[in-house]
Design a protein around this ligand. Structure first.
Ligand code: DX5
Ligand code: ZN
Length: 233
């Protein structure tokens, strides 16, 4: 079962709930949905796998009923096996774990799919594609980190695009490639050209007052980068 491309047509700009107003989560969700977003990226951090602590399954569960948007949980945590059921129960639609936390993720990816969710595997900037190659068939999405995980507002690392290009040749057409970190106007086109379909964006959306125009602009830039050049160009 893969992510329904009818429902979620790439390029998909995925607002990262790391840079949002945590003091008013319901309102932030409402603002994203009225801005036309159907995808919410939850950056879960445990203060151990990454040097930052955000929120857990309870927070995601608390806003699940607020929207039908696709909840994509990015678990930057050391022991995802221990907590997986909480995220499944919280109503996540996709759960992405890090290969650096789970060297052999086969069982966990199977558990995610067996629960009817989409399975994802994330790699940090310094992790080679070879480390996840054996598990790609068990993934509905692969998340390439374009910053060191832990904080928003960091500088995009273009060197990871080589890994996107390699992954594009290795994964099945149904497997979506997602990129996370430093995605903004100046960087999204190169990520789209390299083969990404999901673009996690924190600062470039939540630092703007008008979420709709921020998301639309990013979507248009990604779409333009991958649409065929006009005939007589
Ligand atoms: C890093 C986080 C950030 C966040 C996006 O662990 O995952 O990449 O989602 O933040 P910006 O878009 O501000 O880089
Ligand atoms: Zn993320």
């Amino acid at each position: 079962m893969s992510i329904s491309l009818e429902l979620y047509k790439p390029p998909i700009v995925a607002p990262s709930m790391l840079k949002c107003d945590f003091g008013d989560l319901n309102r932030e969700i409402d603002r994203l949905v009225s801005a036309g977003s159907h995808w919410v990226h939850w950056d879960v951090m445990d203060g151990n796998f990454v040097p930052n602590l955000t929120y857990g399954a309870m927070v995601i569960a608390s806003v699940r009923a607020r929207t039908k948007a696709f909840f994509d949980a990015h678990l930057m945590i050391s022991d995802p096996a221990k907590y997986l059921d909480y995220y499944i129960k919280a109503g996540c639609d996709a759960i992405t774990i890090h290969i650096e936390a789970v060297p052999d993720p086969s069982d966990l990816l199977k558990r995610i799919r067996a629960a009817g969710l989409q399975s994802g595997l994330a790699i940090n900037p310094g992790t080679p594609v070879a480390q996840i190659e054996p598990y790609l068939a068990a993934c509905d999405l692969v998340l390439v980190m374009s910053v060191q995980p832990g904080f928003g507002g960091q500088k995009f690392m273009p060197e990871v695009l080589e890994k996107v290009r390699t992954l594009r040749t290795l994964v099945s057409p149904q497997t979506l490639i997602s990129i996370d970190g430093g995605i903004a106007g100046p960087t999204i086109a190169s990520a789209a050209e390299a083969g990404c379909q999901i673009f996690v964006a924190g600062s470039s959306i939540f630092d703007e007052t008008d979420y709709r125009s921020a998301i639309d602009q990013l979507t248009q830039l990604a779409a333009a980068a991958t649409s065929p050049a006009p005939e007589n160009s």
